[in-house]
Design a binder for this molecule. Structure first.
Ligand SMILES: [Zn+2]
Length: 416
């Protein structure tokens, strides 16, 4: 199955190139924001929205206008792409409003600012050139009207890239992100047939498999662990005079610290998701309302754990690898139901880790019981149902999972 994949490399532009990129970002932002402004005005006065072709023609004209002739100083392709991105942003927003688009809420496009992550996209039309000598640790990306930018080459691209986006993060880091069309990688033969994952905070997830093995995935709480340092940097920034050179320096230091947290988290989640996919043929997950949970008292911890990202990565990688990924309804009471006799009990406060089922008397471990229920609700582990409650009883028993294990991730703990 062919799919579009991104490959990112760190870029090291020279001072002059960084300046050229800065101008380019400014122009892209201008084009994008003008699209949003036109759209909003038209909406207010009830006029007809100009078509994309009209807007593109408009863009060409504004290059001859003395007020906006600076648009000529940068490559034309990223500007057209910005226009396209703005259009797509509105298309997605309206599709979501109408209900044609599934998934999480799509917000209304907003103006781009100087402060966030900056990006400019070049397509093949722009004739960007990528040079890399086999085995060399550096590569060179030649961009029109920017120059030959040095890249740190960390892995080879599978095919010739279709587009490249040059990104500047708030911490001052540059990246070149290439899109390629690739066929999926070869996934190893799965070790386990079916697994249910109960996502949580104490451990990021408890994986219960139909063959009786279980595993707790550690929740490293990246944000929480660096909170002291981040607070210190926040205070330092507050002391500086806005707009001063020292303010800029403190802002960059703070942005770099936050970026570090983000990078470490994404790296951990990617590796975890990859391992889940490689090891299990079928995976059942809950559908969680992350935006809803983020507003609660546990919000910070929920976002720090990265549940949403984990679910997204497992789903995407699983689809690519041809694994069977199933999601169960968010209304299903996986914690309250007993997985042996399927009788629903009262809600349980978070501090209760184990209990006896009031109906059948089975000893249940909170996370293990939930994971088995998720597997059953997803229609996985039919064999479990066929064997009757006995297997379920063993699977849901408080075992090694009652405390999260700090273990090498690839180890599994047999139950018997
Ligand atoms: Zn029961």
């Amino acid at each position: 199955m062919a799919s579009i994949k991104r490959y990112r490399y760190r870029a090291y532009p020279t001072k002059g190139q960084a300046h050229a990129l800065s101008c380019l970002y400014g122009c892209c932002r201008f084009v994008y924001n003008r699209f949003v402004a036109v759209r909003e005005t038209m909406f207010k006065v009830g006029g007809r929205m100009p078509t994309f072709t009209q807007l593109a023609r408009d863009l060409t004209q504004s290059k001859n206008d003395p007020d906006t002739s600076w648009l000529k100083t940068v490559s034309a392709v990223p500007l057209q792409q910005s226009l396209r991105h703005a259009r797509t942003a509105y298309d997605n927003y309206f599709a979501w409003k109408k209900g044609d688009r599934k998934g999480p809420e799509v917000g209304k496009p907003t103006f781009k600012t100087r402060r966030g992550t900056q990006s400019a996209e070049f397509t093949l039309n722009s004739r960007f050139k990528l040079e890399h000598e086999p085995g060399c640790k550096w590569a060179f990306l030649t961009l029109p009207k920017v120059g030959r930018v040095k890249l740190r080459w960390t892995r080879d691209l599978p095919t010739v890239p279709k587009t490249v986006t040059v990104i500047r993060r708030p911490c001052g880091r540059y990246e070149a992100s290439f899109t390629t069309i690739t066929t999926s990688r070869i996934t190893p033969k799965a070790l386990h047939a079916e697994a249910g994952v109960d996502i949580g905070l104490l451990s990021l997830g408890v994986v219960r498999r139909s063959d009786g093995t279980c595993e707790a995935i550690e929740n490293p709480r990246f944000l929480k662990n660096s909170e002291r340092r981040l607070r210190h940097l926040d205070r330092e920034l507050a002391r500086k005079r806005k707009g001063s050179r020292n303010y800029e320096k403190a802002r960059t230091r703070r942005a770099r610290a936050y970026q570090k947290v983000k990078d470490t988290r994404l790296d951990y989640l990617t590796k975890t998701a990859r391992r889940l996919i490689d090891e299990n043929q079928a995976i059942a997950l809950e559908t969680l309302s992350i935006t809803g949970l983020a507003k609660t008292r546990l919000g910070k911890s929920v976002l720090d754990a990265g549940w949403g990202t984990l679910i997204r990565l497992v789903t995407q990688m699983g689809r690519e690898a041809g694994r069977d990924i199933r999601r169960i309804s968010r209304w299903y009471a996986s914690t309250q139901t007993c997985c042996v006799c399927h009788v629903k009990d009262k809600p349980k406060p978070l501090n209760i880790r184990e209990w006896d089922c009031p109906n059948c008397g089975a000893r249940l471990d909170r996370d293990a019981n939930a994971a088995v229920n998720i597997m059953l609700a997803a229609g996985l582990a039919e064999s479990l149902n066929a064997c009757g409650g006995d297997v379920n009883r063993k699977l849901a028993m408080p075992a090694a999972t009652s405390t999260p294990m700090k273990q090498e991730p690839s180890e599994t703990i047999p139950l018997h």
